[in-house]
Design a protein around this ligand. Sequence first.
Ligand SMILES: [Zn+2]
Ligand SMILES: [Zn+2]
Ligand SMILES: [Zn+2]
Length: 488
Amino acid sequence: MTESRFRECVRCGLVGTTMMLPTGPICYRCRRNIAYHPAVCPECFELRPIAYPSMSSYGVLVCAGCAGEVSVFACAQCGSEAHPYGAIRCARCILAERLTALLTDPATGAVHIGLRPLYDELAAAARPQSVLTWLKKPPATGARLLGLMARGELPISHDTFRELPADRSHNYLRDLLAATGVLPLYQAPIEQMERWLDIALAPLAADDSGLIGRYARWHLLRHLRQVAERGNLTKTALYGARSNVNAATRLARWATNHHATIASLTQPQLESYLAERPGARNSLQGFVAWLGRTRANPRISILTRKSTLPEVIVADADRWEQIDQLLHDEQIALYARIGGLFTLLFAQPLQTIVAMRANQITIKEDGRVLVTFDTIPIEMPPGLDELIRRYLRNPAPARSPTETTAGCSPAGTPAVTWSERTSAPSSSPTASAPAAPATPRPSHSPPASPLLSSPSSSASPTEPRHAGPPSPPVTGAATSATAPADPT
Ligand SMILES: [Zn+2]
Ligand SMILES: [Zn+2]
Ligand SMILES: [Zn+2]
């Protein structure tokens, strides 16, 4: 059935090497087009390349199976029409060959025993094409290091990665090895933070960098490790720690410019710094308190003044009870549940929540929900993410029709304050009603619609708005960052 002759393609008219179908010769480009765009066969209803005349209906094209033919679209090695890739072989067969060549230990002539779980995982990837791309796409760090490891030229260990740059491609491979069990699980975010710390402190005067280094390692990182051991490490906690270090380094640079060090800083100097940068007060409090406790500089302090953040004064048990209720109580309006959880889990002030817009929320292709309260997207924990997805599918109106519209603001401005909403014991049936079908959003840039308050907002980002990096074959984060924030 498969011929390779120099002829005119019956589909596109090009003269070149062709393959023979019952309908006439087709060129390789047309074969590829049909293979890459399978359609539902009208006779067997399977998704397959459709190019063969039906045996029963005149003028109808069907799949090779229904036509009783050998498919010219099938892989020459495994016979599958799925994952077309090479001229004659499928992506899975080519991948198996490349992986075997890459991971073979010359000492045994077989795939390196330590890398076998990785081989199994990659060879069975849902999209073998993606793995092939990852292996060859420059800088191809993964393929290069895996080759060295398979040949015994590089130890398969976390220590190996500690010696290498912690860039995206190295981190990716390390996470992949940990996720497939080749390497033990590790606390990637904390290790990354240690490296970041070296970079952040390097430009500072020696005294200050030593001091902030001690604060970061002995206090912040130790706390993060304890949280991580309990399985509660969140991105919020990590960002909080980074923000504390950043605040301390900014203070150190200011001190240097004023011919001082952090250890010699006086209270008037600190006051004048805070007068210049009032926003630094919150993020510096922890550091200055630590300076006092450790006697590194007991002469300075920051008076705790009324915070702009909502103080969660409830006891921990009560707090968890409230979180639990907000997660599960369908009697409470959906927007009130989400807003309450933002406050309890992420310490978001009321004014931030009422001013939120739908474009602060991203729903990733895999369903993860990211919320950008400030500048960095934070992944929402399970439960809350589902509430947000539900809300976006069917945003509640800002005011019920019976409410007065006197206070309604123009579109784009929050119309109702959060406190009005939460104080009213609502049992709005719309909150728990089944979600309406999502309205597709036009692909051009979506308008910033108020998230929780606009009456007519069509806040339904049904398409992932950030394309994100090319989806890796295995997402190998060793830690899960989904638990609620641990207050620092
Ligand atoms: Zn053609
Ligand atoms: Zn068929
Ligand atoms: Zn194949």
